[in-house]
Each structure stands twice: as C-alpha cells, then as structure tokens.
Design a protein around this ligand. Structure first.
Ligand code: DPM
Length: 326
C-alpha cells in the first residue's frame, strides 16, 4: 500500500490533522489517487502532500469495483463526475485499421467481463471471447507481445487516464448497456469520520450521485457484481432520472431489458434536515436533497423488481452456475 499524506494546517501553520490517502500500487490506482489528491489540494490549499505508509483516512476507487455492500463502518463519501462510460477496443498492432466487424472469423478477443462478452457474442458471432486477467499494463503487454489475442476490450476511461488514448481503435457500444458506474471515481471514508466526510463531500457531482444510487440499488437487488452479466444505463434530463437495466445469459442469446424513470426535481429548496448517518447503497451525500436520493434508490429497486418479475432470476442463476463451472 502506498499512501499519500495530506497535512491540514491551521492559520498559524500548525498541523491540525494529518490526512492519509491510501492507494494500491497499480499505475491506474496511482493516477486516480493523484488526481483526487490534486483536487483536494486545490480546494484546501493549506494542506500539503506527502507519501508514507500507515493507517488511511480515505481511499480512491473506481466506483465500478466497489461492492454494492461496503464493509461495516465505511461509506462512499464522494462520487466524482463520471467520465467516458463506454468500452473501447484495443487492437493487436498487426490488426491496425481493422474493427470488430472486419476481424477474420474466429479471432480471439480478450475480456474477463461477462457483461462485455455476453453483449459482444451476440453482436459479433464470428468472434471468440477469452479471459484476460491482470492490471491494465499486464493486459496491454499480453496483447502486444504475444499472439493470443487479436484485440482486447477495456474501459475507455481507464485507457484515457493511463494516457493510452492513441491505442483506442473503436470507442464501442454506444447502443449497449454499461457496467455499473464504469468511468466514475469514488472516495471511500469511515462512516463516522465527520471531518473527512465534510471535506470530501464537496467533490460530489449531484447528477452522478443520483445515477450512482439508482445503478447500485438496481445491482444490489439483483445480487449482481462481476460474476453476472448485468448492465445499466442512466441519464438525467429535464429533472427526470432514466434508468435502463439489462441481464444476459452468458452467450447473450437470452436477455431482458427495461427502462424506468423518476422525477428528481428538488424544487423544495428549503434546507432539509438530512440525517448525517443516512447511507443509500453505501453512499453518504448529506449536502444533497434527501427526496431525490430516495427516489433514485427506489427507481433502482423498482426496475430490478420489474426484471425479476419477467424472469431475470432464472437467466442470472443459469449464468452464475455456468460461470462457476468454467
Ligand atoms: C469490474 C469489471 C472490470 C473491472 C467488470 C465489468 C473489467 C474486467 C475485464 C467490476 N472491474 O466491467 O463488466 O475487462 O476483464 C476495472 C477497469 C477499470 C476499473 C478496467 C477496465 C477502469 C476505470 C473505470 C476492472 N475497474 O474495465 O477496462 O472503469 O472507471
């Protein structure tokens, strides 16, 4: 664990509190953590930054990687504005100029995302999909230096953060559903640490928070995660939150997809008392209207229940069993 340490100083230059940011040692984790540390330094110029190793006060994650139920005592204290949420195709250099459509029959595409494989198998039946593991650096190396894969699919946001935009040959699947919260960063903090909660809460992007709550509520109800092909799409338009959710069989041949919407209008601008301890699907956003957050959580639940009533459970049970047997 690498730690970034922020010292919070009072007016006389006395250190009042040391704030430690934890990160993992992958390059993507470091880049993401540094970008949040930069933002915090801009907002709180009196703090300065050091690297050390010890107990941490906040951790920066890809929201996509956070389970819908966090360990007791922890909460998501900030959900940052979502970047490009799409998937991208990275080709083996020898395939330059090709696309998924024009790659030869039986070309092998690397992804370990069941969601990606299920959707792509259906759309590109001439291609084969195989697991590729490891962090982004490892995956790109496996692609470039061996002949196992013709292309791999990765999150566009991760590629951009790594500075690898030039390797993206197709930003994919605008019509497809996405991973729950691909492309957004979240800050995990102690649920009772009022100071840190307040400090990071200014980084909340209001629309992203509501979309996040709806998507996580949907995924939690379906008991989804990386081991089942579940996908979502959210959009905020004219004070309405739209949520599309889909479940797939592993080969994509069977699927269910529905859209619902709710009003997230908070015209009652009166400052409401928001209970400090209230979390919604692991998210704490005391500085935002409670009713809109409640409506977003309900939307996620309602959509999951609608899909369950149409047979989502059966599709997911079979997918889970097949995946476990692999
Ligand atoms: C999760 C999945 C993947 C990561 C599953 C999914 C992708 C796995 C794979 C939950 N976490 O997306 O359906 O491709 O084999 C991960 C990446 C990022 C965060 C890398 C990626 C990039 C930044 C972001 C791995 N976690 O998906 O290419 O998406 O915000």
């Amino acid at each position: 664990n690498v730690l970034l340490v922020l010292f919070q100083q009072d007016g006389k230059g006395k250190v009042s509190r040391v704030i430690r940011i934890g990160t993992r040692k992958s390059q993507l984790a470091r880049i993401q953590t540094d970008s949040v540390a930069e933002k915090l330094k801009e907002l709180y110029p009196d703090v300065y930054l050091e690297i050390g190793e010890s107990r941490v006060d906040l951790v920066v994650h890809s929201l996509k990687d956070l389970p819908t139920t966090l360990p007791p005592g922890f909460t998501i204290g900030a959900v940052l504005k979502r970047e490009n949420p799409h998937d991208a195709v990275v080709l083996h250099p020898k395939n330059m100029g090709k696309s998924l459509d024009t790659l030869p029959d039986k070309s092998v595409i690397g992804t370990s995302s069941l969601r990606r494989a299920a959707q792509l198998k259906k759309r590109f039946p001439h291609l084969e999909f195989k697991d590729i593991r490891g962090n982004l650096n490892t995956r790109l190396k496996k692609l470039d230096e061996k002949d196992d894969f013709s292309a791999i699919i990765l999150a566009a946001a991760g590629l951009r953060r790594m500075g690898w935009d030039s390797r993206v040959s197709q930003v994919q699947l605008k019509v497809h559903c996405l991973a729950v919260f691909q492309g957004a960063l979240a800050i995990e903090v102690r649920a009772r640490d009022e100071d840190i909660l307040e400090m990071v809460s200014v980084l909340h992007d209001p629309n992203t928070v509501l979309r996040c709550i709806a998507e996580r509520a949907f995924l939690r109800r379906l008991e989804g995660g990386c081991s089942v092909p579940v996908a979502v799409h959210t959009e905020v338009k004219d004070s309405q939150l739209y949520l599309t959710g889909a479940v797939y069989s592993l080969d994509g041949s069977d699927s269910l997809k529905e859209t619902m919407q709710t009003s997230i209008d908070s015209d009652n601008k009166v400052e409401e008392q928001v209970d400090e301890r209230v979390q919604r699907v692991g998210v704490t956003a005391n500085n935002m209207p409670g009713p809109a957050q409640d409506a977003s959580e309900k939307l996620g639940l309602d959509l999951a229940n609608l899909l369950l009533s149409k047979g989502a459970k059966e599709i997911l049970t079979v997918a889970r069993q097949l995946n476990d047997a692999r």
